[in-house]
Design a protein around this ligand. Structure first.
Ligand code: ADP
Ligand code: 5GP
Length: 196
């Protein structure tokens, strides 16, 4: 397959609750590029409404580590020291790129470093909240975490935001419509540029 026909890899990070999932869903629906979300694997239990194979591949701890040993992950981490593992499956990325799609990963900063080591041309975007107070409001408003999990996520948020400058692009998700438009414009621009 020619280089031109290959897709691009997009890595989006940002603290838990900033809106990565929400923004990505809107991008897939609205941005006129052949975007595809990579479905990560996790050992975290599904939240109400989450669907196996759509939101995540929900794996038992045994299955996750079996696949890890078989080398099936591009990267994987125990995010937030929560005991729950998350990882990007090589197959999700390779099949998308080979078919010319733009594969978007919504992953934590450690995962992002690891992916860029392997795909130096990946387009990196850090999604920021307007403030830590607003981030806490969103995490609580989502209503999916217990207090311990909220605290763990908030503690990590400052560490993650300290690494935002490493990303090529930073976008503030204060106004959802604007953030989606801005990211779509960044991607469209990268699609026209040879410098990716
Ligand atoms: P993440 O995937 O980064 O953990 P989510 O996409 O689950 O975050 O969003 C967390 C919460 O914030 C959700 O309840 C979502 O509806 C809300 N949210 C996302 N973006 C915005 C925004 N721009 N303004 C207000 N609320 C938002
Ligand atoms: P959640 O439990 O809220 O779905 O996800 C928590 C965090 O895990 C997300 O904010 C995201 O940064 C991270 N995450 C999700 N999937 C992956 C993955 O495949 N790899 C890594 N390294 N982090 C992930």
């Amino acid at each position: 397959m020619s280089e031109a026909a290959r897709g691009k890899l997009v890595v989006m990070s940002g603290p838990s609750g900033v809106g990565k999932t929400t923004v990505l869903r809107r991008l897939l629906a609205e941005c006129p590029l052949p975007l595809r979300a990579s479905v990560s694997a996790t050992t975290r239990p599904p939240r109400p409404g989450e669907v196996d194979g759509v939101d995540y591949h929900f794996l038992s701890e045994e299955e996750f580590h079996r696949r890890r040993q078989r080398g099936e992950f591009l990267e994987c981490y125990e995010v937030y020291g929560s005991g729950w593992w998350y990882g990007t499956l090589k197959g999700e990325v390779a099949s998308g790129l080979e078919s010319g799609q733009w594969v978007v990963l919504g992953i934590d900063v450690h995962g992002a470093f690891s992916v860029v080591d392997q795909y130096p041309d990946a387009i990196t975007i850090f999604l920021r909240p307007s403030s830590l107070e607003e981030l806490e409001r969103r995490l609580r408003g989502r209503g999916t975490e217990d207090e311990e999990s909220i605290q763990r996520r908030l503690q990590q948020a400052s560490n993650e935001m300290a690494l935002a400058d490493w990303y090529r692009h930073q976008v503030i998700n204060d106004d959802l419509d604007r953030a989606v438009r801005e990211i779509c414009q960044i991607l469209m621009h990268m699609g026209e540029s040879r410098d990716v």
